[in-house]
Design a protein. Sequence first.
Length: 118
Amino acid sequence: MKRAAPFAVFTAVLAMTLVVTAGNGQASQSGGKSAAVAGVKIDNFSFAPATLTIAAGTTVTWTNDDDVPHTVVSDDKTTFKSSALDTGDHFSYTFNKSGKYSYFCSVHPRMTAEVVVQ
Ligand SMILES: [Cu+2]
C-alpha cells in the first residue's frame, strides 16, 4: 500500500471495515472512535464473552471457531440475524443505539449471550 495522508488512510480503513464485513474482521481500532470494533468468539457451543459491553457505534464481529455451524440471531429475530456460519465464518453488526441486546443461536437455542450498548 502506498503512503497517503493519515486522513486518507483512515477513510480507506473505515470503508474497508464497512464494506468487507465478510473479511477476516481484523479492523484496526486506532482509526478513531467512529471505527470502534469488538469481537465475539463462538466456540464449544458458547459465545465469548457472554456479555459484551460496548459504546454506541461499535461494530461487533462474531467469528465461529467451533467445528459445527452456528448462527447469531437477536431475540426479536429482526434487529440482526446471520445465516449459518461455518467454521471460520464471520458476521458483523453495528450497534448504533444504546440498550441491551440479547441474542441466541437458532441452531442451538440454549446458546445465549448479550451485547450491552452504552
Ligand atoms: Cu449453535
